[in-house]
Structures are given as structure tokens and as C-alpha cells.
Design a protein around this ligand. Structure first.
Ligand code: ADP
Ligand code: MG
Ligand code: MG
Length: 942
């Protein structure tokens, strides 16, 4: 068997193979090969690391022979010799896996020094101080990393040395002090570990290579990979980079720094970074001295500045991406020590994408693929002003983006009370529950000290588009005392705080925020995205205002307009209740007749706002009891009224005592309370109490009648529409009249009527008959033919299975994946997210929360079944999705692959969906047919 090669010099390695060379090794190889000044060196592959572990932590046979051979080559290249007393070759031994894991693994600098070399090196460089400084750094790093000594032991000695000299900084240490430190360091190793700091450079090299391999399985690195979900497919083992040392600490003409090819904060096309004169690489990160902004290099070392300007162009031309790089200047000569793709904020990603296309560094397609949809999301919300100088007092998990300031309140009732008065409040709780929902409505933001990204608070806040930080564990909340404590500082109710749901930061006081920016750069990018994508993007919008926002965000229609929102408006709810509570058919018709013009007016407004674009209106979906007060609140109210009545009759009522009773009574019917208050202040019972009691008791009875064991699986949607045909008849009439009136007014209303909860084609047949009747009436009345589409939600498992038969009765499908996900798993979202789903996700039983990211193998498979069988019957069947998943990038990619016509999501996710849809189209184009048909292809579900 041919022996595998483990070692590649920078000039020979295949720099596209990051898996084998690691990111750092690949970068060093590439820079060497395109002629950038990299100190000579070589890479030991990640394969060697894997073999090391396979062999039970033993260096693979032949590895060190290969490495020694390469070292000989390095000696020839540099004209130095490893371990030579006056002309020593010194190297760094650096870790680096396929993915960057900053600071998680180890690097040893100045390797090759020993007691003799340090003297010779000092003489050769005419700088003994410098030589001993390098040596003590080696002993310490080697001691810790390769031999396992404790950092603290070295730190103590260093402190003591500085103290003796009255020195503040390391660089003030004298030669003698450094010599003594070297001796002390070696003694620590001897005493603590019973072993000697190896004087043989070759021994040092071998131990260092092994130590770098070991750092791959070090606690820091393992934790990091778990946290960021780095799998062995993504990065498996570390490479070791052996690189000739260059010294930025050889005097005032030497320096070291890190830089970006563009400003990663603004995206501006300028060199950005920092450097330190007379320092070694690690000093910049260590924060021992404050580095200078790179612009100063222009006057301080103009030659190197010019060279960096050239290099920055070269790097971007080569990588088609902004680079983040390390450099060192040794006596005026510049060396490159590392390069990788720059991490930037959202603004910078958007700006550089547009600029780099204009500069022809990137193609538009590449520019679109390099931005993650999450980046856009950051820009679409109010953010902390980047120039604000504020220190967070705590950090939790970023659960729902956006920044908000407000006064702290510790429960939902208080949030509601203060919110109603117009005060900006932040609801702060250990965790939230469904009964806190009224507090959410009134809060500007939500902060919890417990729970993860799928906790109740997170899910609800995201749904409402409100900023939310969860799991800020440093904050201890005591809602009885109405107090929160964070690092010794207490926060009382009413104090101002600011939260940033995009970063998880929590600040005291009001921190300035900036408006979301729909910048020109972003608009340009989204225009490119629109040209590339084939998937339509619509918005879910229930009101004319929502519709206007949707249009502004680039929606091509409304994929879901929920009519129940209109029922809930303050002026409608009483009529809806009358309708539900009506005892006779006449009463019901009267209530319905009052609703009809209101609904018609709403629909007309929406059609107008969306002129020329389709509007999908869903007929009433929720069970009726949702429009009635809850059983608990009614029971409390009835009890309170009875109590009041008996106090009036048998007690000794004074206006004060009655008023007090009213204050504390659990009455939620505000207008009634006002009337009662007037009556009660006169301490008399004018019969209002009896009237209210009777009213409440009849509602109570109706609530009991409509109560269901499983309301979400009960009398709702099309089932309600079929058993109470007046209701759907009224809605259909209102919709079609709105269309007819729009036509008369010259407005192009594109109407799509959608039936919810369908499981059986016969249901559509029934509603279709109703529709035909209503249509005939409206057409006769207006003397014109009406144009619209009739379709159905697909949100029941049976609907997916019977999709072919259902398709015969409809013109379009729209997947309601929230309900479909519940139906497919047979668990309710609220219960799942409250009780067990976080555990499932944390423990890997499910890869993600299926209510956030579409469950492709389960729900996705049903969707595909429905699409395929529906289109078999009706090839031009239009299919969309209007569940929350319609705004989730990977789910959108699935929708694209499975052939949907459009996704529909909340307005503020529309830009994200536009980008995600373009990315889906681009990625599909890049995949071959075989790949797409391969069984492992995640979207290949049938
Ligand atoms: P990390 O991955 O933690 O950045 P590196 O391997 O890049 O670790 O090295 C740590 C520091 O040492 C960096 O500042 C780097 O520039 C510097 N460094 C590494 N190798 C050399 C070398 N051969 N000459 C000079 N400085 C070096
Ligand atoms: Mg580095
Ligand atoms: Mg539904």
C-alpha cells in the first residue's frame, strides 16, 4: 500500500482543500501560491490528526520523518538551521481546522529555542532582551500547551518579576529579569510536572505537533463545536501549520496587526484594522497595549501601507470575499500570516455585496448567495444605534429581533395597565405563560430570565414581531418584591431599560436606537433577487394598513387575509357576540346583516390597497367561542355582581364601600363598569345589576354550550360554515359585493376565496353551491360578471391524502402548515412548546422546532404528496403556503424545490423570503440532476 502523504509545503498544497489543510493552512498555501509574502512553511494535514486519534492518540508512523524532511527544506529556503546556535530557524506550530474556531485551539510560537540558542540568537540580533523575551514566551506556551502546566503559575512569576522592578508592562522587564523568569519557568515545569523543558528542538517539534492534535479534543474546542453545531462533516480534526517565525518585536521598524480588506462595521471600501509597533502577534489580541488604527500606518510606515493596499485588492480578487488577515512587519518587511473570510455585520454585508458587484469583484448571483437571510432580518428592525456607547448589564438569547426601551413591569396585568395609558413598557418575567398574552399586546418588548429560543415568550414575541430576549440567567427576578437583581444592582418596577432582541443584550436606561433601514443597497439586492427567483412572495395581511406595508416590502399579493381579525375589532365584537348569542333565526340574521356592510367595506379597502395583485381571503376559521369571554372570567363576574347585589340589599352600603367593591371585583366589561359606577356612587340599585346579571348568565350558558373538548379539532372552519350557512353566505356576499363595487369604480380587484379546514371534497361542493347562489345574486344586482378564484387551505392530513379529489373542486391550494404540523405530529403547538419540545430539540430527538422550521421528512412529505397528486388532476393548480414557515429560509427552499407557486409570510419577513427564494433558485441551478435525485438529498421526500 502506498503510504499516505501527511505533509505539504505551502507552495505545493491544494489550497482549495480546506477539509484536508484546515482553513488557516489553505489560506497560507493560497497566499504563497499567488505570490503574497508568506514566511515559508508547511502543513500537516487533518488526516494525520484523524489517524492520531484512530491509533489511540499516537502520531501516525512516518509522520515525523516527513516533517523532519520538510524542516530540512525550510532550512535550505531560509538559510537557517533548526537548533543552530547563532543562526537558528525558529518556527510557529499552529492549529487550524476546516472551520474557524477563534481561540479554541493552541499555537506555540518561537519553537526551536533552548538555553544555548537563546544566547546565540541574542547576539546575532544584537538584542539579548528580545531573545530572552521570545524564550520565556516559548517556555510558558510550551509548558502549558504541550506539557500541561498551569497558566497561573507562570502568571504569578511574571507579576512578581514586574513588582520587583516596579514595572507596569511586560516590555519594561530587563534582560536580567527575563533571564531569571526563564529559569523560574523551567523550574515550575520541573517541580509541577516532574519533567524537563526539552532542550532538543526536534523533541519540541514532535511534542508541539501532538499538543496541537490534542487541542482538537480539548474542552474549549469540544464545547465550541457543540454550541455552534459543527459536525465532523463540516470539520474533522485540526491541521498543524509549521511556519517560519517572523518578528514584529524587533524594534520601531517592526510591527504586527490584524486587518480587514473593508470596514466590517459599515462595509466601506477602506482598509480597516489595528496594529502595534514593536510587538509580537499575540500582543494585539492580548490587549496589553492599545493598538493604533491602521490609518496611522500610512505615515508611520508608508511602504508597508502601500503594500497592504495592493494586497487587499489581490486578496479580494482571489477570494471574491472580504478578508480578515494577520500580518507582521519585521524590520520594514511585510509578511502575511493568515487570511480568512471576514465576519461582518448586516449593514456591511449588504453594502459590500452591492459594491463588489459594481467593482466586478463579484457576480450578482454570488453577491446574493453570500448574504444570509438572517442578516437582512437584523436590518428590518429597530436596532441599537451602533454609535451608542452603552455597556450591557446582562446578555440572554436573542429570541426576536428589534430593540426597545421601556419601563420594567413584572406582570402582564401591570403591563396592560401601564401600556394602555400609552407608557412604553418592557415585560420582565422569569418565564411567560399563555395567560400573560394580554401583557404582550401592550409591551414594547419582553425579557425573561429563563427559557430558550422555543420558549413561550420567544415564540409569541416572534409571532407578534416584538423584540424579545430570553434566558438572561444573570438577572434574578423576584416578582413578589417587584424587583430584579443583576450583578448586585437592583432594578425596581418602573425603571427604564433597553433590550436588543437581535443580540440578546440588556441595558440599563434608554439607549438610542435607529430606525430599520430599507436602504438603497438593500433595495438593489432585492431587485436582483426578484429577477432570479421563480417562487412568488406574498404577505399575510388582515387590514388595509397591513396590506400597504406588505406592498412596500415587495409582496406580490396577499396569501392570507384572515377575516376573524375584523370580527375582533372593538366595534364589531358586540355584534359578533349578538350573532352567536341570538336565540332566534331572525335575531341571528339581524346581527349578520349588520356585519355584512362592515366586512364589505374592509374587503374593498384591502382590494384597493392591493390593486392588480391577488388577495386571498379566508372564510371564517376559528371556533365561535373564541369571540366569547372565557368561562373563568364570566364566573368571576357573575360572582362579583351577586356579591354587589347582596351588599346593596342586605349590607350597609355607602358609596365608598361600594366603590371599593367595584375596584376589587373581577369585572372586565369596561363600559358596564362605568355605568355601574355612576349608579353605585348614588348607593342605589336601579336594576342595572339585575340586567347585567341576566346578560352575563345567558352568555355563560352559551359559553357552556359552545364549549368543546378539543376546540381546535372541533366546530370550526368549513364545518362551522356548513352548519351555519348564514355566516359563510354573509362573508361570500360581502367579498363579492366588494369585488363588484371595485369593478364599478375601475379598481382591478384580484380576488381569491379560500375555505379553511377542508378534509373532504364534499365540503367544497357544499360551499361551492352556496357561492354559486351568492354569485348569481350579486351579479344580477350589479349587472356584471364577476371574476375570482375559489380554493382551499390544505391543513389536514386527510386533505393531503385526498388532494387529487379535492383538486377537482378547487383552483388553488394553500398549505396551512401551522395546523398541518400539529396534525402531522398529533400534538398541539402550545402544549408541545411549553412541555416537551425544547427537551426534544436540546437532546437531538428532533433537529429543530417543527413550528419554526418546516419538518421536511414528515410535513414536507405530505405537502409533496398533495402537490403531485393535485397537479396530476389539475396541471395548472396554483399552490402556495401561508403558514409561518413561509418566512423561514430553509422551508422556503423546500417550497421552491417542491414546485410551489408562492410563499406567504408576515410583511416584515417578505424581504427575507425574496432573498431566500432567489438563493433557492441559485442553489438548485448549481446542483446536478443526479444530486437532486439522490436519496440523500434532503428535499427528496417522495
Ligand atoms: P489563532 O488561530 O489563535 O489566531 P495563530 O496560529 O494565528 O492562532 O497564531 C497566534 C498569533 O501568533 C497570531 O497573532 C499570529 O499572527 C502569530 N503568529 C503565528 N505564526 C507566526 C509566525 N510564524 N511569525 C510571527 N507571528 C506568528
Ligand atoms: Mg490567527
Ligand atoms: Mg389553520
Amino acid at each position: 500500500m502506498k503510504q499516505i502523504r501527511f505533509v505539504y509545503p505551502f507552495e505545493e498544497a491544494d489550497s482549495t482543500d480546506r477539509q484536508l489543510l484546515g482553513g488557516k493552512g489553505a489560506g497560507l498555501a493560497r497566499m504563497t501560491q499567488i505570490g503574497l509574502p508568506v514566511p515559508p512553511g508547511f502543513v500537516i494535514t487533518t488526516e494525520a490528526c484523524r489517524q492520531y486519534y484512530k491509533a489511540g492518540r499516537r502520531l501516525p508512523a512516518g509522520l515525523m520523518d516527513e516533517a523532519r524532511e520538510r524542516m530540512k527544506q525550510l532550512e535550505r529556503q531560509t538559510g537557517k538551521a533548526f537548533g543552530h546556535k547563532t543562526n537558528p530557524l525558529l518556527v510557529s506550530v499552529r492549529s487550524g481546522g476546516a472551520l474557524s474556531m477563534p481561540g479554541m485551539m493552541d499555537t506555540i510560537l518561537n519553537l526551536g529555542m533552548n538555553d544555548e540558542v537563546v544566547v546565540g540568537f541574542g547576539e546575532a540580533t544584537q538584542n539579548l532582551r528580545f531573545a530572552y523575551d521570545a524564550y520565556r514566551r516559548l517556555i510558558q506556551a510550551f509548558g502549558q500547551i504541550a506539557l500541561g502546566a498551569e497558566e497561573k503559575r507562570f502568571a504569578e512569576l511574571l507579576e512578581a518579576a514586574k513588582k520587583r522592578l516596579g514595572a507596569e508592562y511586560d516590555f519594561e522587564l530587563t534582560v536580567e529579569a527575563l533571564q531569571r523568569l526563564c529559569a523560574d519557568y523551567k523550574r515550575v515545569i520541573q517541580d509541577d510536572l516532574g519533567t524537563e523543558f526539552p532542550q532538543d528542538p526536534w523533541k519540541q517539534l514532535e511534542l508541539a505537533v501532538e499538543a496541537v492534535f490534542r487541542s482538537w479534543e480539548g474542552k474549549r474546542a469540544v464545547d465550541y463545536r457543540r454550541e455552534f453545531k459543527i459536525t465532523p462533516q463540516m470539520a474533522n480534526g485540526t491541521a498543524v501549520n509549521i511556519c517560519t517565525m517572523v518578528f514584529g518585536n524587533m524594534g520601531e521598524d517592526s510591527a504586527t496587526g490584524v486587518a480587514f480588506t473593508r470596514d466590517p462595521g459599515t462595509g466601506e471600501n477602506v482598509l480597516f484594522g489595528e496594529y502595534l509597533v514593536n510587538a509580537q502577534g499575540e500582543d494585539v489580541v492580548a490587549g496589553i497595549r492599545t493598538p493604533k488604527p491602521i490609518a496611522e500606518l500610512k505615515t508611520e510606515m508608508p511602504g508597508s501601507w502601500e503594500e497592504l493596499q495592493r494586497i487587499r485588492r489581490t486578496l479580494e480578487d482571489e477570494y471574491h470575499e472580504v478578508q480578515d488577515f494577520e500580518f507582521t512587519i519585521e524590520r520594514g518587511k511585510l509578511y502575511m500570516l493568515q487570511t480568512r473570510n471576514g465576519k461582518m455585520n448586516a449593514t456591511a454585508f449588504v453594502k459590500t455585496s452591492r459594491d463588489m458587484v459594481a467593482e466586478k469583484v463579484l457576480k450578482a448571483e454570488e453577491a446574493l448567495l453570500r448574504i444570509s437571510p438572517d442578516h437582512l432580518e437584523q436590518l428590518l428592525h429597530r436596532r441599537i444605534d451602533p454609535t451608542a456607547d452603552a455597556e450591557p448589564i446582562a446578555r440572554g438569547l436573542p429570541a426576536s429581533p428589534g430593540a426597545a426601551s421601556g419601563v420594567v413591569v413584572f406582570d402582564a396585568d401591570e403591563a396592560e395597565r401601564r401600556g394602555r395609558t400609552g407608557e412604553a413598557v418592557i415585560l420582565v418575567r422569569e418565564e411567560t405563560k399563555p395567560e400573560d398574552i394580554h401583557g404582550f399586546f401592550q409591551a414594547r418588548g419582553i425579557l425573561t430570565s429563563r427559557g430558550g429560543k422555543t420558549s413561550h415568550a420567544a415564540v409569541v414575541a416572534r409571532g407578534m414581531g416584538k423584540p424579545c430576549v430570553v434566558g438572561a440567567e444573570e438577572i434574578r427576578i423576584n416578582d413578589r418584591e417587584r424587583l430584579a437583581v443583576v450583578s448586585g444592582r437592583s432594578i425596581t418596577e418602573g425603571e427604564l431599560i433597553t433590550i436588543d432582541g437581535g443580540s440578546g443584550d440588556v441595558f440599563l436606561g434608554e439607549v438610542p436606537t435607529v430606525e430599520p433601514e430599507f436602504s438603497e443597497d438593500m433595495k438593489t439586492l432585492l431587485r436582483w433577487a426578484d429577477e432570479i427567483r421563480t417562487l412568488g412572495v406574498r404577505a399575510n395581511a388582515d387590514t388595509p394598513e397591513d396590506a400597504a406595508l406588505a406592498r412596500e416590502m415587495g409582496a406580490e399579493g396577499i396569501g392570507l387575509c384572515r377575516t376573524e381579525r375584523m370580527f375582533n375589532a372593538a366595534d364589531r365584537l358586540p355584534i359578533v357576540r349578538d350573532m352567536i348569542l341570538s336565540r332566534t333565526a331572525e335575531e341571528r340574521r339581524a346581527a349578520i346583516d349588520r356585519l355584512r356592510p362592515m366586512q364589505k367595506a374592509d374587503f374593498k379597502e384591502i382590494f384597493k390597497a392591493m390593486e392588480d395583485l391577488p388577495v386571498t381571503i379566508r372564510l371564517l376559521d376559528p371556533p365561535l367561542h373564541e369571540f366569547l369571554p372565557s368561562l373563568e372570567s364570566l364566573l368571576l363576574e357573575v360572582a362579583a355582581l351577586k356579591n354587589l347585589k347582596s351588599h346593596l340589599e342586605h349590607g350597609n352600603p355607602t358609596p365608598q364601600s361600594l366603590s371599593r367593591m367595584l375596584e376589587s371585583a373581577e369585572l372586565s366589561d369596561l363600559p358596564a363598569i362605568e355605568r355601574l359606577r355612576a349608579e353605585v356612587s348614588a348607593a342605589r340599585d336601579g336594576g342595572l345589576i339585575d340586567e347585567l346579571l341576566e346578560q352575563k348568565e345567558s352568555v355563560l350558558q352559551k359559553v357552556r354550550e359552545t364549549a368543546e373538548v378539543n376546540p381546535m379539532l372541533g366546530h370550526r372552519g368549513v364545518r362551522l360554515g356548513i352548519t351555519y350557512p348564514e355566516l359563510y353566505r354573509m362573508q361570500l356576499g360581502a367579498i363579492l359585493e366588494a369585488v363588484a363595487e371595485c369593478v364599478q369604480e375601475g379598481v382591478n380587484a384580484v380576488c381569491e376565496i379560500m375555505v379553511p379546514q377542508v378534509t373532504e371534497p364534499n365540503e367544497l361542493l357544499r360551499v361551492g353551491e352556496l357561492l354559486d347562489e351568492v354569485r348569481a345574486e350579486v351579479e344580477a344586482q350589479h349587472g356584471s360578471r364577476l371574476d375570482f378564484k375559489f380554493g382551499t387551505m390544505i391543513e389536514a392530513v386527510r386533505a393531503c391524502v385526498r388532494a387529487d379529489a379535492i383538486a377537482e373542486r378547487t383552483e388553488f391550494f394553500s398549505f396551512g402548515t401551522n395546523d398541518l404540523t400539529q396534525a402531522t405530529f398529533s400534538f398541539s403547538r402550545e402544549d408541545a412548546e411549553q412541555k416537551f419540545l425544547p427537551f426534544y430539540v436540546e437532546n437531538g430527538l428532533l433537529p429543530q422546532n417543527p413550528f419554526e422550521a418546516l419538518d421536511i421528512p414528515g410535513v414536507g412529505r405530505l405537502m409533496k404528496l398533495a402537490v403531485v397528486s393535485g397537479r396530476r388532476v389539475k396541471p395548472d393548480l396554483k399552490v402556495g403556503i401561508c403558514g409561518e414557515h413561509g418566512g423561514h429560509p430553509r422551508s422556503i427552499e423546500f417550497c421552491h424545490t417542491v414546485g410551489l407557486d408562492y410563499v406567504s409570510c408576515s410583511s416584515f419577513r417578505v424581504p427575507i423570503a425574496r432573498l431566500a427564494a432567489a438563493q433557492a433558485a441559485l442553489r438548485e441551478k448549481r446542483r446536478s440532476k443526479e444530486e437532486r435525485e439522490h436519496a440523500d438529498y434532503p428535499f427528496n421526500v417522495l
